[in-house]
Design a protein around this ligand. Structure first.
Ligand SMILES: Nc1ncnc2c1ncn2[C@@H]1O[C@H](COP(=O)(O)OP(=O)(O)O)[C@@H](O)[C@H]1O
Ligand SMILES: [Mg+2]
Length: 406
């Protein structure tokens, strides 16, 4: 028998992880609906199925070579999370309850359970179409966000009734329910963890920095060489209570947290690791094994290499406005950076790109290793600003790049 790992979804961003799994002596079984997934690596087996259709995945699995023995089921995207427990169950592997995964997928139900368990979440209310906005929201800043969406789509940080109402109207373009929440002012953290027998274990904490309001798009972030043990203890305590609130007992977990003077607040959680830009590429730049390899190691399938502990970071490039990409300037400078690891392109010359309001307008990610410690973020932001997108707009000539989103 040969041990295998099932990965639901295999785009170009998953390619490095799948290569690593193969190098560690496990056979990647890639489930992907496309004919030739870009993440398919030599030695991997491809099963063609939509990753959000557990029945189709199980049907495709019946044709797998008999000598393969799956030891884990992984996914990197929300589309695949509901399939993971069902597929793992059918393969006889430990798994979370389908209900616990569904609770995390529903932003409202997740908030309700967290609040009930005493985990701090942003205060706010949910509106349906036609619901009146309660009075008295002039003074402070609000976050307006669609309940059923992701990738910062429709998320706005606004102040004043008129702006809140406008943001609500645009959020209804993404969901039938819209959350209006208090804006938590503080530091943002990306948390990767894993849960075994109901116990949360921290895998990595990343810092994340967002655009100026009203958009809430992530611009750069990373993992510091020197972890902060007190912060990690606060995060672990909060995450333990969160997994208990969800009754999530087995699998990967990611969370977005913001910490203010009162402590950490849970913004969002899901039954997977963060996207592979953070969970693989940035973790590797930080001298750590990818989060999925931590999971395989905890399951006893591989040995975990010793961490090297550097500062590893990512930066995201957005255009200044909507248009057609003519060129991306500054990539030579990025490549010349002493810690340069990778440029991960998402869009290129000739591609149409929307306004930089959410992750759909992402042109690419840079991954760097940073030598210094302490305040590395201002240097990273300068590096990000040295890269810009030249747009050719319809009916106009080439638009000068200026800075990407502020
Ligand atoms: N209540 C809040 N206070 C401050 N910032 C928030 C709040 N809710 C969301 N955000 C910001 O918006 C981003 C996207 O919101 P999130 O709830 O994570 O939705 P998505 O599914 O689009 O990622 C968050 O990472 C955070 O930066
Ligand atoms: Mg989020």
């Amino acid at each position: 028998m040969k041990r295998a790992v099932l990965q639901l979804g295999a785009g170009p961003i998953q390619r490095a992880l799948l290569g690593e799994i193969a190098r560690l002596g496990l056979v990647p079984i890639v489930v992907d609906r496309s004919e030739r997934p870009q993440g398919l690596v030599p030695g991997a087996i491809h099963l063609r199925a939509p990753i959000d259709d557990a029945d189709a995945i199980l049907a495709a699995l019946r044709d797998r070579p008999r000598e393969l023995e799956p030891v884990a089921v992984l996914t990197s995207t929300d589309l695949g999370v509901a399939s993971v427990p069902r597929v793992a169950h059918a393969l006889g592997l430990p798994h979370a309850s389908a209900e616990s995964v569904a609770v995390m997928n529903d932003k409202l139900e997740a908030k309700r359970r967290l609040a009930r368990t005493g985990v701090r979440v942003p205060q706010g209310e949910v509106l349906g179409r036609g619901d009146a906005l309660p009075e008295g929201r002039e003074a402070v800043e609000w976050i307006v966000k669609p309940v059923d969406s992701s990738g910062s789509r429709g998320v706005r940080r606004v102040r004043g009734r008129a702006a809140v109402e406008e943001a609500i109207a645009s959020a209804f373009g993404f969901s039938e329910r819209v959350l209006v929440e208090e804006c938590i002012e503080g530091r943002h953290y990306d948390v990767n963890g894993l849960v075994r027998e109901g116990r949360f274990e921290l895998v990595a904490v990343g810092h994340r920095f967002f655009s100026k309001p009203p958009a809430c798009v992530p611009l750069y972030g990373g993992i510091l060489a020197q972890p902060d043990p007190a912060l990690e203890a606060r995060i672990t305590a909060l995450m333990q209570r969160a997994v208990e609130a969800f009754d999530y007992r087995h699998g990967a977990i990611k969370a977005d947290l913001i910490e203010d003077a009162r402590g950490p607040v849970l913004i969002e959680a899901a039954a997977r690791f963060h996207g592979d830009v953070f969970s693989d590429h940035t973790m590797r730049a930080a001298g750590l094994a990818p989060a999925a390899i931590h999971w395989l190691a905890r399951s006893g399938a591989v040995a975990l290499p010793e961490p090297i502990r550097r500062t590893g970071a990512w930066l995201a490039i957005f255009p200044r406005a909507a248009g057609t990409i003519e060129a991306i300037r500054g990539l030579d400078g990025l490549r010349a950076h002493t810690g340069f690891r990778e440029w991960i392109p998402r869009l290129g010359r000739g591609d149409r790109v929307g306004a930089p309001d959410d992750n759909r307008a992402l042109v690419g990610y840079g991954i760097v290793e940073l030598a210094e410690d302490g305040d590395v973020w201002s240097g990273l932001e300068r590096l990000r600003r040295s890269i810009s997108v030249v747009l050719r707009e319809e009916g106009a000539g080439i638009r000068s790049p200026g800075a990407s989103v502020a």
